[in-house]
Each structure stands twice: as C-alpha cells, then as structure tokens.
Design a protein around this ligand. Structure first.
Ligand SMILES: [Zn+2]
Length: 336
C-alpha cells in the first residue's frame, strides 16, 4: 500500500503522533540513531514513516522534508541511490543472503549524493538465519552516515541481539476515527461506509484500503456482468432497465472503471478467438464459460465490442449522460 508516487511528508502520516514526535525530536537535536526498529501492526504507516525519515535526512530544502525537492521526489519514487529498500522475496518470502549482500556491498562506498544513507528492511522478521547474522554483524560496526530502519509487525521474531541494537519506535493501531477520516478525505469514501470499513479494519489503514479495493473490484465485476447479460438479451425494455438500474446504483466513476474491465474482457475474448493460451488472458470478469461463448462468435466481434466499450468509458469520463451512454453501449454490443 505504500508506493503512491509524489510527495510524502510527516503530514501524510496519520494517527502516529508519538512515533513521529520521537523521530522529529531526534532529527532536530541531530541525534538520529544508527538503527531503528519500527514496530507495530501492519497497515499503520511504518514503512511510510521510514521513507519520510529518509526524506528528512536527505531533503534539499531547509526544514524539510518538503516532499517536493529532487531528493524527496526520488525517495518517494524509490529512485534515490542512497535509500535502499530490502524486502522478502521468493515463494518462502524470506530476506535472503543475496539481498543483504547487495546492502553490504553498497556500504563499502560512501553515500552517493545524499547526506545520509538509509537502509530500510521491510518485514524484517523475514530475515533468514544467515541474513540475520549478516545484519547483526553490520549493526555491531555501524558504518558512518548510515541509518538502518527495520520495519516489522512481528518484532518478537527478530534475534534479540538485533533488537537490542535498534532503537524501538512503536507504531500503534490507528484509531477508527483516523482510518475513517483518511478514507473520506483521501479516498472519497462516503461517510457511513467509511465508519463501517474503519470499524472492520481493526486500526489498520492498509487493511481498510485492501477491503476497499476488493469491494470496488466486486462492484466493477457486477456492473460488467449486468451489461453483458443485457447485451445477450433481445428486448429493448431489458436495456433501458439495466441502464436505469446501473445509473441508480453506482457512481459514474465506478461505471467507467467497470467499462475498462469489460474492455479487457472483450480483449480476452479476441485473444481466445485467435487461439491464445489461456494463461495469456487477464480474466477480467472471472467468467470462463461466458468468455468461451463470446470468443466462439469470432475475434472481429470481440474487437468491435472492445472498441465500443472503451468509447463508452471515455464518454462517461467526458461527462456524457450515464443512462444514454449505457443504453447505446448495450445496443452496440448486441450489434457487434
Ligand atoms: Zn525535500
């Protein structure tokens, strides 16, 4: 859930005032530790805070992190040569010796351009025994101008010897009111729904956003299915009803996103019709049977359907009338 591009500053972190106050104090007193352990539940802003700390240490503006200068921008986009992020890889989701070798190699050189190098180890409890020992060795002889940030939702699984060399910064579960506010203000979720999602998320913004994603995806799939069902019918009333219902039940944005999904479905159909391997398909709508039937009607029809659907999506985003656009689309799909 990190990784949204562009600026990131202390202000973007919500509900972690204690942790942030501790870090800001260390920065202003010029007493930043060699190694931190950011401990706390998933989805409460630990990894983001690590990035902001890296920005604070490397920002080119006085009193940063500004979130806007070249250094802040490159850190936010994971392109800064002095900020290295390590995370688990492979099916076993381990932080391997190879990943840590890259870090240790980098440490033999002084920081490239920044004032401080920052090594962020995400899900640090996933260090395997070999890589954990390597990190321990490094922490025992901390290289100059280098700050390690170990990020973990299960800090008790780290070697005690590693833990004892890190200054712990505790990240608390977020208050439901904070999760709800972020959902409303940053993700345009309706008030009542934001309260409900926040209550279910147990203090994790990450979890709330993940369920929001799933929910949005389910809504798009349902819209796409409804339109295809109407396109398979023959009567005009069916088309008008479907368009009226969809307009009633969904935001315009959801409908446009659903049309993007439906465009992918038709693309899948065209691929299937031309004999593509099933593994090449996007499976946008999760309806293998329907897809096989549509593909059997021929690639050209699928391509025409994809074009009509993509045009309808653009029309909705260009503020065309919702019901008219959907009606027209269904008739076009029938004719395709
Ligand atoms: Zn900056």
């Amino acid at each position: 859930m990190s990784g949204s591009s562009g600026k990131t500053t202390w202000d973007e972190l919500h509900g972690q005032e204690r942790a942030l106050a501790m870090l800001r104090h260390a920065l202003s007193a010029d007493r930043v530790a060699h190694a931190y352990l950011f401990a706390g539940p998933t989805g409460v802003g630990k990894a983001r805070a690590a990035l902001v700390l890296a920005q604070a240490l490397n920002c080119l503006e006085p009193g940063g992190p500004c979130g806007l200068c070249a250094a802040c921008d490159r850190i936010a986009r994971d392109l800064h040569p002095d900020v290295l992020r390590v995370e688990p890889t492979g099916a076993a989701r381990q932080i391997t010796k190879e990943s840590i070798d890259v870090v240790r190699q980098r440490l033999t050189l002084p920081p490239h351009e920044g004032r401080a190098r920052v090594i962020i180890i995400d899900e640090a409890e996933r260090l395997n025994p070999t890589s954990a020992n390597q990190i321990l060795k490094t922490l025992e002889e901390p290289p100059p101008r280098t700050v390690f940030v170990l990020v973990s939702a299960a800090p008790e699984q780290l070697l005690p010897t590693i833990r004892s060399r890190c200054q712990r910064v505790r990240f608390a579960p977020l208050p439901a009111s904070v999760v709800a506010r972020v959902l409303r203000e940053r993700h345009a979720v309706a008030a009542a729904r934001s309260e409900e999602l926040a209550a279910l998320a147990g203090g994790s913004l990450g979890r709330a956003l993940a369920s929001l994603d799933e929910e949005a995806m389910a809504a798009r799939r349902a819209v796409a299915r409804r339109l295809r069902a109407a396109a398979r019918g023959t009567g005009a009333a069916e088309v008008l009803d479907a368009a009226a219902e969809l307009k009633q039940e969904h935001e315009k944005e959801t409908l446009a996103d659903a049309l993007d999904l439906l465009t992918l479905y038709w693309r899948d159909g065209a691929l299937l019709a031309s004999g593509a391997e099933v593994t090449r398909l996007v499976h946008a709508v999760d309806d293998d049977e329907g897809l096989a039937v549509d593909a059997a009607r021929g690639g050209a029809r699928c391509v025409a359907a994809a074009r009509a659907t993509a045009e309808a999506a653009s029309a909705l985003r260009a503020f065309a009338a919702v019901d008219l656009t959907l009606e027209q689309l269904v008739f076009q799909l029938r004719a395709a």
